[in-house]
Design a protein around this ligand. Structure first.
Ligand code: CTP
Length: 552
């Protein structure tokens, strides 16, 4: 890929300068800000479009670090530097440098890697054949026919293209139409009346859900229109400002370069990769890179996505993306953030069930998006490994595998007071069941710490009986190495499902009349059984006499 460089005249500012002060300095597109820390180290730069963009939010007092890029592809130099010297630093690509003659000797310059990369022609034909099943290939060909006949560009875009390149099958089939997806769905239905059914149309977003019948397979496809979006305030849900826009505008609203690629589905360019922002190179180099420095301000949940994709694809965030992540978390802009999107990202990320996810989540301070006041100590730092092992050993006991993330979340917030935990549950839009898991985990953790020990199995049974299994697993992790672990394990594996053989009919047969006494007797039998006093049904029947006579 060929790179282009731009030269900007630089105005140096301190990293603690406010966004407002900085925007006043950035009067022209020929200038950029060079940002230095208190020790005069260069941290990075800020371009005018990003400064303008962030000032639309009501955050002008926040400091400039929030949108400072620090890519290694910038070089600061003064007027004494010759182009030859610059060539040496930047390599042969410097031929593309645009020289700006400002005539002001006192201002330094920065050479900045431009985002406009020249596109190389890459076709994903082999990847397509290998990853996409035949019926789906046929489906794409059918769409392609209709698109070509009507001169409509259609694409695969985002995660599905990324997954195709790395040979991973995507389960959702999303096709993006440069134009109007609803109109396109109608064209498909007219062309294939017997095999194409429109399930639903969403006019707000101009999207369509369609089912195709191909070779006895029912294939569901979501059609979306290309769209331009804007955020009204940091962390807001994006607002659509244009539907049917150019593909480029649909791409630049996205999060990371690896998610910003599209693949043409039109006949002539079938499988052609459209990679405006260098996603292909980043995916191969295993780099997570935000598309622009305001990305995390627009949508801070992307810092969790960076971790998720990093872990899932074994990638690392580039220097600038890391810097922006730290600045975003330091800014305090997102304290107490609400959101279904945070929940959804936490769920997907922690459900990977990897120790390294938890460790990174803590080390990179991503918990700031949930609650800033979590006390980080050695114990919490090392909990990830224990959690992964314990969860894997107890998968069968979880109500559903999708609850894994709630175990990790509980481990993070377990030392907070009940009111705080309830507030987190509220802010993350947890369901009643989900809230119960985190609240019970915390309650049990505190209760078990105050407990001296259990006198009998039945006491364990009674004590733990009201807690869900997820809360028990959380406490298995927290109490590793203590006696409590044995008690919880015993409860999970044996006591919880203990059953007695006698029932009400047996009591009637013994001449007893149904009433409240029945439950006292049956409970008494259960207690004796759990405490290992009764083995067979006969033992239980004999024991009824003892209970009737009032002995316990
Ligand atoms: N996206 C984004 N910012 C977000 C969420 C999503 O820019 N906070 C964009 C990304 O470009 C992403 C696309 O929307 O590729 C679809 O989002 P999603 O379905 O969450 O992600 P995928 O990339 O498809 O990944 P996954 O395999 O996890 O579904």
């Amino acid at each position: 890929m060929q790179a282009f460089y731009e030269i900007k005249n630089v105005i140096w500012v301190s990293d603690s300068s406010s966004l407002e002060e900085c925007s006043i300095l950035l009067a022209s597109f020929d200038f950029c800000l060079g940002v230095k820390d208190a020790d005069n180290n260069i941290l990075g730069y800020v371009l005018k479009p990003d400064s303008d963009r962030v000032l639309k939010f009501d955050i002008k007092d926040k400091c400039i670090r929030l949108i400072t890029s620090c890519t290694s592809k910038i070089v600061a130099f003064d007027d004494l530097s010759t182009q030859k010297h610059l060539n040496k630093i930047l390599g042969s690509k410097v031929k593309e440098v645009v020289w700006l003659d400002d005539g002001n000797d006192s201002i330094d310059k920065l050479a900045i890697l431009s985002k406009k990369n020249k596109l190389e022609d890459i076709y994903l034909i082999e990847e397509f054949k290998q990853v996409v099943e035949n019926p789906v290939q046929n489906l794409f060909k059918k769409c392609s026919k209709v698109a070509d006949a009507n001169n409509i560009p259609i694409f695969l875009i985002g995660g599905i293209v990324r997954d195709l390149i790395i040979g991973r099958k995507s389960f959702d089939i999303d096709i993006t139409v440069q134009g109007n997806a609803i109109d396109f769905a109608h064209l498909l239905m007219v062309q294939y009346p017997d095999t194409c059914i429109i399930n639903s149309l969403h006019e707000d977003f101009e999207t369509a859900k369609v089912t195709f019948l191909i070779d006895d397979n029912e294939i569901k496809v979501d059609f979306a229109s290309t769209r331009k979006e804007a955020y009204d305030y940091p962390a807001a849900l994006p607002r659509i400002i244009e539907i049917g826009c150019e593909l480029y505008d649909d791409v630049i609203r996205r999060d990371f370069t690896i998610n910003s690629m599209a693949m043409s589905l039109n006949e002539e360019t079938f499988c052609k990769l459209i990679d405006y922002l260098g996603g292909y190179q980043d995916l191969n180099a295993k780099v997570i890179r935000v598309l622009h420095p305001v990305s995390y301000v627009d949508d801070p949940t992307r810092v969790i996505r960076a971790l998720k994709f990093g872990m899932r694809f074994d990638c690392e965030s580039d220097k600038s993306t890391n810097f922006l992540e730290k600045s975003c978390l330091d800014s305090g802009l997102f304290d107490g953030l609400c959101g279904k999107r945070i929940k959804s990202e936490l769920k997907q990320t922690f459900n990977l069930n990897r120790a390294s996810v938890f460790t990174n989540f803590v080390e990179r301070r991503l918990y700031y998006l949930i609650e800033k006041n979590i006390i980080i100590d050695e114990v919490l730092n090392n909990l990830g490994e224990e959690a992964e092992i314990c969860i894997n050993d107890h998968l069968n006991y979880l109500e559903k595998i999708d609850n894994i993330w709630l175990i990790y979340l509980s481990l993070l917030i377990i030392d907070l007071d009940k009111a705080r935990i309830a507030d987190i549950a509220n802010r993350l839009y947890l369901s009643v069941k989900e809230s119960k898991i985190i609240l019970q985990s915390c309650e049990l953790w505190h209760k078990l710490q105050d407990l001296r020990g259990f006198e009998s199995n039945f006491e364990i049974y009674e004590f733990l009986g009201g807690y869900c299994n997820e809360a028990l697993v959380v406490n298995l992790i927290k109490f590793k190495g203590s006696n409590v672990v044995g008690c919880i394990e015993l409860f999970l594996t044996e006591l919880k499902n203990a059953k007695i053989s006698v029932n009400g009919n047996d009591l009637i047969r013994l001449g007893l009349k149904p009433g409240p006494e029945f439950s006292r007797i049956l409970r008494g039998i259960l207690k004796a059984k759990i405490n290992n006093k009764l083995k067979t049904k006969e033992d239980e029947l004999d024991y009824i006499n003892i209970l009737i006579n009032g002995e316990k």
